[in-house]
Design a protein around this ligand. Structure first.
Ligand code: FMN
Length: 325
């Protein structure tokens, strides 16, 4: 065991940078990292709320799950084997997970490939140059090691069912003024209270634009189905729908997204439609899903180079010891 000592400032910065590059709902980055001894604890920022989009905080915890995958990879990249545990402190419901270095261990080539993909991954909210190959999709389906999670590859016969529900969700959300105001505030269309424009939302049509705002063109079902048919779609499913399931969905989402990045594929995620109960229930029924859909991952061949989106300064991500909770 070589766990004596503490993380160095450099190690903490590398872990925080990895956490920070994770995808998050509306790029809210709802996490804080605390490093003590050889443990790195990830906390959920309950103060970051999206009452219209995500009233129960499901997407916030999925985002923290994605950050946890990055954190675990960063610890391995630093040359440590690590154990991790989730929701271990009943007095701190915001404590999502702890990753503790146990022994020195050389990262595997796969660990390193996934770690390098952390900074290369982007949300590609555009039309792809073509679908992923069947071989790539099969590999992605099995590229998550997270327990309790399965990835359903959408079959050609299921595309119509998804298209009609995405179109329905888009028209409901376009009529929800409070929802649109909240989205605009987080996507730099309106000034944010702290002045940081977090996400860039390209104007456009479904499904490429991802999030639906007032300017999004909503196509008819057939047009949308034809567009979706040119992409590879994976629906991430959990058996339950509690906090642990949401955390695992985020961990798996990021594992699959990073694996796609290592294969030179582009991807983006849709959760927005799944926040309408009737859409979520309708997808479960139409595709006979064995659980709760948590996210839809679009994957394909990249057509454009997408620049990185901004992140909060690392000083806001790292909480030093003794900081009041
Ligand atoms: C839980 C979760 C939900 C998301 N939902 C959507 C969505 O519905 N539509 C969308 O276009 N992007 C969605 N995103 C992507 C984020 O907007 C994106 O990760 C963030 O803006 C940062 O950009 P990046 O992924 O390029 O780093 C979601 C991401 C997460 C983690």
């Amino acid at each position: 065991m070589q766990t004596e000592g503490e993380w160095t400032q450099g190690e903490i910065a590398l872990m925080a940078a990895a956490v920070s590059r994770a995808p998050s709902v509306h790029n809210t980055q709802p996490w804080v990292l605390e490093a003590r001894g050889r443990t790195a604890a990830l906390y959920e920022r309950f103060d970051i709320r999206l009452p219209r989009h995500d009233p129960a905080g499901r997407d916030r915890l999925i985002s923290c799950g994605a950050a946890l995958t990055n954190l675990r990879l960063a610890v391995r990249r630093l040359g440590w084997s690590a154990r991790w545990g989730q929701f271990g402190n009943p007095l701190r419901p915001d404590e999502v997970a702890r990753v503790t270095a146990t022994d020195r261990g050389t990262p595997t080539p796969w660990d390193m490939a996934l770690f390098h993909a952390i900074s290369a991954r982007r949300s590609h909210r555009g039309r792809f140059a073509g679908p992923a190959s069947a071989q790539d999709v099969a590999a992605l389906k099995h590229s998550s090691t997270t327990p309790g999670l399965s990835a359903h590859v959408v079959a050609a016969t299921e595309v119509g069912a998804i298209a009609s529900r995405l179109r329905y969700a888009a028209s409901v959300l376009q009529g929800d003024r409070a929802y649109l105001r909240e989205l605009a505030a987080w996507t730099a269309e309106l000034p944010l209270p702290d002045g940081i424009p977090l996400a860039n939302l390209p104007a456009g049509a479904l499904p490429w634009t991802g999030l639906v705002n007032a300017a999004t063109h909503i196509p008819d079902d057939d047009t949308l189905a034809a567009r979706l048919g040119e992409e590879s779609l994976l629906v991430l499913i959990t058996v339950g729908d509690g906090r642990s399931d949401h955390l695992h969905a985020g961990m798996a989402l990021q594992e699959i997204w990073l694996a796609a990045t290592t294969r030179g594929l582009a991807a983006s995620v849709l959760t927005q439609p799944l926040h309408l109960h009737e859409v979520r229930a309708g997808l479960i029924e139409a595709m006979e899903l064995p659980g709760y859909p948590q996210a839809i991952l679009r994957v394909g061949m990249p057509a454009d180079v997408v620049p990185p989106t901004p992140r909060r300064p690392l000083g806001e991500v790292i909480r030093s010891k003794g900081h009041p909770s």
